[in-house]
Design a protein around this ligand. Structure first.
Ligand SMILES: Nc1ncnc2c1ncn2[C@@H]1O[C@H](COP(=O)(O)OP(=O)(O)OP(=O)(O)O)[C@@H](O)[C@H]1O
Length: 301
């Protein structure tokens, strides 16, 4: 039985449907991607999972059981909007939150120390949130979400506001939690993070799930419409070949060619070989970003 199961959940706000018939399951030890344009219903879904608001229809099961008050220690949440008090000493509020979720003082202190060291952030222990940079506030928010080692972790735009070094640091931690068996529901607009971290995903469009499943399977099910070609010499007239829609040559000498069918790829290869050496030739799977734009559309709702 999976730690988190959503069955046909529906949520309405004053006649407007924010989430419409969403079902998904997050396994122990997996990061599940929840994607959608702005306003598609991701945060509403996460708030329902946390028991902050209730679905109008459908059910949410935690280890097979409906919501009950004893669940809070099992769950951790990093909200998109920062949730910590700006003026309270950091260690005080993190320890308070750990206590609230059932941790004994000594364990909470040990866990706090572990996470502050893990994030190279010992110096912030006695500071207030308002004294920290946005990225460091985000790290403290993450510690607040995981200090009690939740079984189900909800991450809403976890990497926003972080510099590349800190993104890598947080990614490593998320992967570590996954390998320890945490079920992680992960919402983001950054498709490359989903490609890198998640096994399954749901894309929401205007409150409805429009694409769901195993990411590798999803990618395989879309046509391959791009060719990557690297040649030491230019290959003229590629755009005139049948099935070639557009040709871009980058500064590094790589061509990225948009094709309408896979036979066009063979024509490109033949044309390139006829000119001389071919260093690289690849028919590329669509990126998740391309699939997202196709399925969800680029417009914000
Ligand atoms: N408290 C509320 N009262 C009324 N409508 C709401 C409320 N919260 C959310 N909504 C509406 O529900 C819809 C879904 O919002 P939600 O915040 O879940 O989207 P989201 O996918 O998280 O968007 P974003 O990517 O912008 O964070 C939106 O149309 C939003 O305006």
């Amino acid at each position: 039985m999976n730690p988190l199961q959503l069955n046909g959940i529906v949520k309405q706000y004053a006649g407007h449907t924010a989430v419409d018939g969403l079902s998904l399951e997050v396994e122990a030890g997996e990061i599940y991607g929840l994607l959608g344009a702005n306003g598609a219903g991701k945060t509403t879904t996460m708030r329902m999972v946390l028991g902050l608001i209730y679905p109008d229809e459908g059910s949410i099961l935690y280890n097979g059981k409906p919501y009950h008050s004893g669940l809070q220690p099992l769950m951790g949440y990093l909200p998109e909007e920062r949730g910590l008090y700006p003026k309270v000493k950091i260690s005080d509020q993190l320890l308070y939150l750990a206590n609230l979720r059932g941790m004994k003082n000594a364990d909470a202190k040990q866990s706090l120390r572990y996470w502050l060291e893990r994030f190279d952030a010992m110096e912030y222990e006695n500071k207030r949130i308002e004294e920290l940079s946005k990225g460091n506030q985000q790290k403290m928010g993450f510690i607040a979400a995981v200090i009690h080692r939740p079984q189900i972790l909800i991450l809403d735009e976890a990497f926003s506001g972080l510099d590349p070094v800190n993104v890598e640091m947080l990614k490593e931690v998320v992967l570590e939690l996954r390998s320890e068996g945490t079920a992680i529901l992960f919402s983001t607009h950054r498709m490359e993070h989903v490609e890198e971290l998640c096994r399954h995903l749901t894309m929401l469009r205007r409150s409805k799930p429009v694409l769901q499943g195993d990411i590798r399977e999803i990618k395989k099910s879309y046509p391959r419409e791009h060719v990557l070609l690297r040649t030491p010499q230019p290959v003229p007239n590629l755009e005139l070949l049948e099935g070639v829609q557009s040709v871009n040559r980058h500064d590094d000498g790589n061509y990225r060619i948009h094709i309408t069918n896979e036979e066009a790829a063979q024509r490109i290869l033949q044309a390139a070989v006829a000119q001389g050496t071919v260093d690289r030739f690849e028919i590329q799977e669509p990126t998740l970003n391309e699939i997202f734009i196709k399925v969800v559309g680029s417009s914000h709702e």
